[in-house]
Design a binder for this molecule. Sequence first.
Ligand code: 5GP
Length: 116
Amino acid sequence: MSDTIFHKIIRREIPADIVYEDEHLVAFRDIAPQAPVHVLFVPKVDFATLNDVPMTQAEVVGRLAVAAADYAKREGFAEDGYRIVMNCNANAGQTVFQVHLHLLAGAPLGRFGTAR
Ligand code: 5GP
């Protein structure tokens, strides 16, 4: 397994506020939340970026999205709405090179686009 901060969280070597885990993925609160709810969904298989996920393993990404939706339903904000985001490489500002999905919710969210 690779050795990003997220791998250390998955291996319980550093603490995190884990809100969900199954055999495929772990979800925990972002340390620097950008919305009232900001949870990261991280697969247990190693892929540095979305570019590295082959079509034959598309379910790795699909599970992150569906797990985020399930979490939103359980927590009661699915109908109000939420955003899922996956940053890939420099122009998107990816900082941790283990593929992950951001779930942002809890308030109306601003639009997104190019940096100003
Ligand atoms: P990226 O910018 O790569 O899409 O997102 C990485 C996210 O990981 C950032 O939102 C950042 O705040 C979060 N993060 C970085 N280090 C830690 C950590 O040690 N613990 C937790 N819970 N989140 C982290």
